[in-house]
Design a protein around this ligand. Structure first.
Ligand code: CO8
Length: 258
């Protein structure tokens, strides 16, 4: 167990991926990111899974890219191997909801990994920072792009340029995280949320995720047009018919995920 870079558990319709380099504060090296990407794609392709949780341990969600691994890389090394794009970005291909359950440090690439998830549940112990500037690097796993979209330019510039640490309460206030829970209930709260999401109709969840993500990347007019077509497509879904009928018949819907 100790040698595995990540641990994967499936309970009901929820897949949980635990980053597993506790001695290195879950520093993200290729072994972790390759395994994370593979597991994400496997869970995404599994019809029995409706939501995915990514988590770390009490001390660290992840303290960033593995500095020891990167220290001797050259430009040619990272350019030719397409560092970051080749494995960190696999998460962008996942169509099911992904929840980051964050306790302790989410620094650098750890913070960027959380930002790439759909929902971030933070323990009150969570600490977020993009300290790459202290290494004369930059937040290069989406941090300079996703953070300003999440919390606005002023706060993002402050975090990226000063390396300052944001606690869970401030992260909640500015929209870096979705909710904050007591550290001791992080796992339970995350699983409760993931189970409740995974119980909804999977194609409806996928359509919502795709639509909200479209809002990040396009104009309002284009986004609304995309959303409207997604809505129209819902009328071709057995689950939507069942959901509306069940409401009118005052019973719980039974979704077939189609
Ligand atoms: N990489 C490699 N090893 C790490 C990392 C890391 N990011 N973070 C912690 N470790 C190791 C430490 O070296 C230490 O190892 P050892 O026991 O062998 O000395 C062990 O984990 C425990 O860490 P500390 O003793 O430092 O624990 P503390 O509780 O004192 O401090 C901190 C915890 C504050 C999280 C501290 O470890 C720290 O500041 N870590 C580095 C944070 C950081 O700078 N992260 C950004 C990395 S760069 C990045 O993520 C960029 C990704 C995007 C693209 C790549 C471009 C750079």
């Amino acid at each position: 167990m100790q040698d595995q870079p990540i641990l994967v558990e499936v309970a009901g319709r929820v897949g949980t991926i635990t980053l597993n380099r506790p001695k290195q504060m879950n520093a993200l090296n290729d072994a972790v990111m390759d395994a994370l990407g593979e597991s994400l794609l496997r869970l995404d392709a599994d019809d029995g899974i409706g939501a995915i949780v990514i988590t770390g341990n009490d001390k660290a969600f992840a303290a960033g890219a593995d500095i020891a691994a990167m220290a001797n890389w050259s430009f040619m090394d990272v350019y030719k191997s397409d560092f970051i794009t080749r494995n960190w970005e696999t998460i962008r291909r996942v169509r099911k909801p992904v929840i980051a359950a964050v306790a302790g440090f989410a620094m650098g690439g750890g913070c960027e990994l959380a930002l790439a998830c759909d929902i971030v549940i933070a323990a009150d112990s969570a600490r977020f920072a993009l300290p790459e500037i202290t290494l004369a690097m930059l937040p290069g796993a989406g941090g300079t792009q996703r953070l300003p979209r999440a919390i606005g330019k002023a706060k993002a510039m402050d975090m990226c340029l000063s390396a300052r640490v944001m606690d869970a309460a401030e992260a909640d206030r500015y929209g870096l995280v979705s909710r904050v829970v007591p550290a001791q209930s992080l796992r339970d709260e995350s699983m409760t949320l993931a189970n409740s999401i995974a119980g909804y109709s999977l194609p409806a969840l996928m359509a919502i995720k795709e639509s909200v993500n479209r809002a990040w990347e396009t104009s309002l007019t284009e986004g609304i047009a995309f959303e409207r077509r997604q809505l129209h497509a819902r009328f071709a879904s057995d689950d939507a018919r069942e959901g509306m009928r069940a409401f009118l018949e005052k019973r719980k819907p039974v979704f077939e995920h189609r």
